[in-house]
Ligand binder design. Structure first.
Ligand SMILES: CCCCCCC/C=C/C(=O)SCCNC(=O)CCNC(=O)[C@H](O)C(C)(C)COP(=O)(O)OP(=O)(O)OC[C@H]1O[C@@H](n2cnc3c(N)ncnc32)[C@H](O)[C@@H]1OP(=O)(O)O
Length: 302
């Protein structure tokens, strides 16, 4: 699946503006490059990709400090990196993790949702849809190595993965807390959660806006494994090795079959979903709630 029009235009604009790829572009054979360590490490500004072509695996590290919030720039750069890996036959699996200590991703970038105009909200939501669709329908095996707090849009990214491994730290909560902010998750994210933890558990999790600490996250099934923090990366790679042992074609056709109906329900109603988001987020009451919340976050330190 190619990047959707708006996101592609933005991706091109970003590239023209000089998103910095250190090392070769994947898919074009070039000599080994990177930090002199013989790897084909490359990065744009907000995503660091550490490829291991011999294993067929790349590690994507989210590095948009302070909290990896899903700004338009971040999502665009993430999608560019993902597409490069997707188009390179050398890569069959991706581990997604964070380079920001203690935070996997803080979710949607609240500054993108406050005080902007409807055209901006529409562009933003289209990028969120695209991020979810591209991850959810990826042919590659995706393993989330969750090494920090993972609320809302952070959880959205993790839920698209085939496997979620969470580091065992009581601060590393995961879940869809949207109702706590007075917002409603989109139907396709609700479906993604229901597919993962079942209907009844989703009803509770979504209505209460629950954020699960590790033991509860494992119990409800929103993550597949909880491991000591220092074993997260090695566990994610050994989980990956197990999935990579399955013939690729059969595995990804099976994945596509399992996920098609959920993805199609968004693909068929994409424009209506954007319009619904724009109407909702533009309401005065929602704007006020989000602004107060953002202010509270900013005042926390003071
Ligand atoms: C139909 C419409 C509905 C659609 C819904 C779709 C589903 C998704 C929804 C969302 O994702 S909404 C966003 C939900 N996310 C949150 O509520 C998380 C908010 N952040 C936090 O709780 C904390 O920041 C943290 C992630 C636990 C990290 O805490 P820490 O103490 O390490 O950092 P802070 O000092 O709190 O933050 C640093 C810095 O970052 C800013 N910031 C934090 N989160 C966001 C964010 N989501 N968007 C934008 N900016 C964020 C925070 O204000 C601080 O800024 P400065 O003070 O440094 O300027």
């Amino acid at each position: 699946m190619a990047l959707a029009g708006g996101v592609r235009v933005r991706a091109r604009a970003l590239l023209r503006a000089g998103a910095q790829f250190r090392g070769p572009v994947l898919g074009r054979p070039e000599p080994a490059a990177g930090g002199g360590d013989g790897t084909r490490r490359f990065a744009n500004l907000r995503v660091l990709v550490e490829p291991d072509p011999a294993a067929g695996v790349a590690v994507m590290k989210l590095k948009s400090p302070p909290v990896n919030s899903l700004s338009l720039e971040f999502m665009t750069e993430f999608l560019i990196s993902l597409e490069k890996l997707e188009n390179d036959k050398a890569f069959r699996g991706v581990v997604i993790t964070s380079d920001c200590p203690g935070v996997f991703s803080a979710g949607l970038d609240l500054t993108e949702l406050c005080g902007q105009n409807p055209a901006h909200y529409a562009e933003y939501w289209k990028a969120v849809q695209e991020l979810w669709l591209r991850l959810f329908l990826s042919n590659m095996v995706l393993v989330a190595a969750i090494n920090g707090v993972c609320p809302a849009g952070g959880c959205l990214m993790a839920l698209t993965c085939d496997v979620r491994v969470l580091a065992d730290n009581p601060k590393f909560v995961i879940g869809l807390k949207e109702t706590q902010l007075g917002i409603v998750v989109p139907f396709w994210l609700k479906d993604n959660l229901v597919n993962t933890i079942g209907h009844r558990a989703s009803e509770h999790a979504l209505q209460l806006g629950l954020l699960f600490p590790p033991a509860e996250a494992l119990q409800v099934g929103i993550v597949d494994q909880v491991v000591p923090e220092d074993q997260l990366q090695s566990t994610a790679l050994s989980v990956m090795a197990r999935w990579m042992a399955i013939p690729d074609h059969a595995r990804h056709l099976t994945k596509a079959m399992m996920r098609k109906a959920t993805a199609d329900s968004l693909i068929k109603h994409r424009d209506a979903d954007i319009q619904n988001f724009v109407n909702f987020i533009s309401r005065d009451s929602i704007q006020k709630t989000l602004q107060v919340y953002l202010q509270k976050l900013k005042q926390k330190k003071g």
